[in-house]
Design a protein around this ligand. Structure first.
Ligand code: NAP
Ligand code: G4F
Length: 349
């Protein structure tokens, strides 16, 4: 029998990729979408159209993680086999501006889903989108499932609550509820306010002559950047396990923001040299001397996580999961997509 999945955050990067992945496996997919005054379903519109006529397996429902009765009603109507809770105010910097809202969505949201499962006595498996931000600057790299958590932002603190309440409900009520502790994962669908997509989009504009300078914050932060498609497969594998658990999904390699910038510019044949320090640091075209990167203090965070790099040994061992797409391939794919979007005159997402 075909399985049914309920995906919160289905209009985001991961939600759109997961929806396509599960539809490809023959699932019925029900996604939660927020009411918005401007379109917010661009990433999934093609899926909606593709399954409309003969094979209607993709459904969108209005809802919000802050609305418990909405979630309760939808889960009661859909009665899914699997729930993927991907919805979140997912921007770390923005969470310093909207800490209470972030807690409401990212901490209380998962609690609302868990309570709905308990109240409805639904026998569904739940995936909670946990994050490497939980580690903060807590200790040595690489970080694994046993590394202590030390969240450094309202976002990470809210996600810490979500992590523990998922584990608590698993232990207290025997729910099949799992955490995927995912390190940064990107794709051409990544929102433009995250650093990777911001870089590839601006470098593509520089290539097309519609911009000449990229403004960034901390160039020295290091992240373990993988491909979102690999992450999606890991999420699904976590949910398929006979027993619930908590798993790190990561590549095990980290790079600085600076090296991401250099690699992106290399795709348009611009070698970058760096000069100066701190706020006065510049990135110049090594041959023409033109300035293409400047520092803007607006992009510094009140508190920074310096280095994230994951150890996914447990996922390799128990899920048979390992990332397939290398960092260089990820950057190449994102650059190609943004250059092609520029040729078509298209922009977001
Ligand atoms: P994303 O692109 O920002 O997508 C977030 C999704 O959540 C969007 O569909 C958004 O709707 C929805 N959403 C936000 N607030 C909501 C609310 N109040 N009610 C209902 N839906 C709401 O994030 P992503 O990169 O796909 O990440 C998916 C999940 O994984 C998030 O929980 C994130 O925190 C977590 N995570 C991501 C990464 C990563 O590197 N990508 C790593 C670790 C963990 P709109 O489209 O209307 O904005
Ligand atoms: O791309 P970022 O905004 O991602 P960040 O903060 O690592 O968070 C992402 O990954 C988490 C997993 O570890 C997820 F949980 C979370 O939802 C999100 O998907 O920033 C990456 C790094 C930071 O150190 C930041 O300070 O890039 C640095 N950075 C430098 N200049 C910048 C910029 N970040 C952004 N967004 N914009 C800049 O101009």
């Amino acid at each position: 029998m075909k399985k049914t999945a309920f995906i919160t955050g289905c209009t985001g990067q991961d939600g759109a990729l997961l929806s396509a992945y599960l539809l490809g496996k023959g699932y019925y997919v029900h996604g939660l979408k927020r009411r918005s005054s401007s379109p917010n379903t661009e990433r999934v519109d093609h899926l909606y159209q593709a399954t409309q006529v003969k094979d209607r397996r993709f459904f969108l429902h209005y809802g919000d993680m802050t609305d418990a009765t909405n979630l309760l009603r939808l889960l009661n109507e859909v009665r899914p086999d699997e729930i993927y809770n991907l919805a979140a105010q997912s921007h770390v910097h923005v969470s310093f501006e909207t800490p209470e809202y972030t807690a409401n969505v990212d901490a209380m949201g998962p609690l609302r889903l868990l309570e709905a499962l308990r109240i409805l006595k639904l026998d569904a498996k739940l995936y909670q989108a946990s994050t490497s931000e939980l580690y903060g600057n807590s200790g040595p790299c690489p970080q694994s499932e046993t590394t202590p958590f030390a969240p450094c932002s309202p976002y990470a603190t809210a996600k810490l609550y979500a992590y523990w309440i998922t584990l608590n409900y698993r232990q207290a009520y025997g729910l099949h509820a799992s955490n995927g502790i995912l390190f940064n994962h990107e794709s051409p669908l990544r929102a433009q306010t995250f650093v990777t997509r911001k870089i590839t989009q601006e470098v593509a504009k520089i290539y097309h002559g519609t911009s000449d300078c990229l403004y960034l914050g901390n160039l020295n932060a290091k992240r373990d950047w993988g491909h979102a498609q690999d992450a999606i497969e890991g999420m699904w594998r976590i949910v398929q396990q006979a027993q619930p658990g908590d798993y790190v999904l990561a590549t095990g390699q980290s790079h600085t923001v600076r090296s991401f910038v250099e690699l992106a510019f290399s795709h348009i044949d611009i070698p970058i040299i760096w000069e100066g320090e701190g706020l006065h640091e510049l990135g110049r075209h090594a041959h023409t001397g033109k300035v293409h990167i400047r520092i803007d203090p607006r992009y510094f965070r009140p508190n920074e996580v310096h280095h994230l790099c994951g150890d996914a040994s447990k996922a390799r061992r128990e899920l048979g999961w390992s990332p397939r797409i290398r960092f260089e391939e990820l950057v190449a794919e994102m650059m190609k997509a943004d250059i092609e979007k520029g040729l078509r005159g298209a922009c977001a997402p």
